[in-house]
Design a protein around this ligand. Structure first.
Ligand SMILES: [Zn+2]
Length: 89
């Protein structure tokens, strides 16, 4: 007998609880997986090139850009690069 798995299609408001749990606490403890080499490591172990306008976050193993954080006086934006996965253990 096969178990039935049901899924629902809803709008993005359904993400509120899931994503708030992901981003709470120390974000540098989150584990990122590089889409370039497959390395998995806490964000605290990445290599970051930073100035007033941006932080470029690179994989320590292969140097691909995982993501970039852009900031100005009114906003902060995250531009995804080779980051394949981000999560908590
Ligand atoms: Zn890598």
């Amino acid at each position: 007998m096969r178990a039935e798995i049901s899924a629902s299609t809803v709008d993005g408001n359904a993400l509120a609880g899931l994503l708030s749990g992901l981003w709470e606490g120390d974000v540098t403890a989150m584990v990122g997986v590089c889409g370039g080499c497959g390395s998995a490591a806490p964000l605290a172990e990445t290599v970051v090139e930073i100035d007033e306008a941006a932080a470029i976050v690179r994989c320590r193993s292969c140097t691909h850009t995982l993501f970039t954080v852009l900031r100005d006086v009114s906003s902060v934006r995250l531009v995804i690069g080779r980051l394949r996965e981000l999560g908590r253990a």
